[in-house]
Ligand binder design. Structure first.
Ligand SMILES: NC(=O)c1ccc[n+]([C@@H]2O[C@H](COP(=O)([O-])OP(=O)(O)OC[C@H]3O[C@@H](n4cnc5c(N)ncnc54)[C@H](O)[C@@H]3O)[C@@H](O)[C@H]2O)c1
Length: 263
């Protein structure tokens, strides 16, 4: 029997081939969970990435360390694919009782130039995707009378006005509202729902910021801890929220941002 804060749990982490999702999946495994590493192979903003190979490499790493893991392909905005993945994970690893809704995309497009399709895609992945994954997982948990924990990844941008994010910011604000709504509705089923709002975290999504010698110092000046965060600094909070250490915590949105939101 595995040991750790998530021993005996089955965690599905969406968008886990790289970045924050990868760090969360790796830490869930280290804490004893069997982990489903979700990835997508379709088009998305970061080009030149082999998400399938990256997801399978993480699965091999987890298994090599004695853990249980499987890589599962799905676009989180597609209900049929999400249903198929959750059923497959149940067969291979067991019923998903920890869901980390991490998959997300960000593009930067001036409001007046943004097309309806560009707006819709970001809402579909960032907000509808979290709703869909939660619904499929929760239906199974409730049918089996099992408790569970959901951790949604929002963003500091849910309450911040950065130009070019008239799709991304509302999608993340929506994730906060979804979190509170589901927390209240699912509490009778002993399913907790919380949310993390990351600040600037060094990943592919923010690579351009980290490399921009003009913009980076301006942003760092706004962050009291005066640095970008690492993906594992989000993963540690995600594991806390998913574990029994947070047994009386539900409906919360926790900013993990080096203090940026208070400035
Ligand atoms: N990096 C930051 O500074 C930051 C800040 C705030 C919030 N976030 C949020 O954290 C989450 C992870 O972002 P990241 O920084 O690791 O970015 P990333 O681009 O490195 O990773 C995003 C992951 O989501 C996957 N993905 C994208 N669309 C998908 C879909 N339709 N179905 C399944 N998977 C999909 C990608 O393949 C990738 O693995 C996102 O929700 C993002 O909005 C990031």
């Amino acid at each position: 029997m595995a040991e750790g804060k998530l021993a005996g749990r089955v965690a599905l982490v969406t968008g886990a081939s790289r970045g924050i999702g990868r760090a969360i999946a790796a830490r869930c495994a280290r804490e004893g969970a069997a982990v489903a590493v979700n990835y997508i192979t379709g088009p998305e903003p970061v080009q030149g990435k082999d998400n399938r190979a990256d997801a399978e490499a993480l699965v091999a790493e987890i298994r090599g360390a004695g853990g249980r893991a499987t890589a599962v392909e799905a676009d989180v905005s597609n209900g049929e694919q999400v249903q198929r993945v959750v059923s497959r994970v149940a067969e291979e690893l067991g019923t998903v009782d920890v869901l980390v809704n991490n998959a997300g995309i960000e593009t930067i497009i001036p409001f007046m130039e943004m097309t309806e399709e560009q707006y819709q895609r970001v809402l579909d992945v960032n907000l509808k995707g979290e709703w869909l994954c939660a619904q499929v997982v929760v239906r199974q948990l409730v049918a089996e009378h099992k408790p569970g924990a959901i951790v949604n990844i929002a963003s500091i941008q849910s309450g911040m006005a950065l130009p070019g994010r008239s799709h991304y910011a509302p999608s993340k604000r929506g994730v906060e509202a979804l979190t509170r709504n589901l927390a209240a509705e699912l509490a009778p089923h002993n399913i907790r729902v919380n949310c993390i709002n990351p600040g600037l975290i060094a990943t592919d999504m923010t690579d351009w910021v980290m490399k921009d010698e003009q913009i980076l110092p301006i942003i760092l000046d706004k962050i009291p801890l005066h640095r970008a965060g690492e993906p594992d600094e989000i993963a540690k909070v995600a594991v806390f929220l998913a574990s029994d250490d947070a047994s009386y915590v539900t409906g919360q949105c926790i900013y993990v941002d080096g203090g940026w939101v208070v400035t």
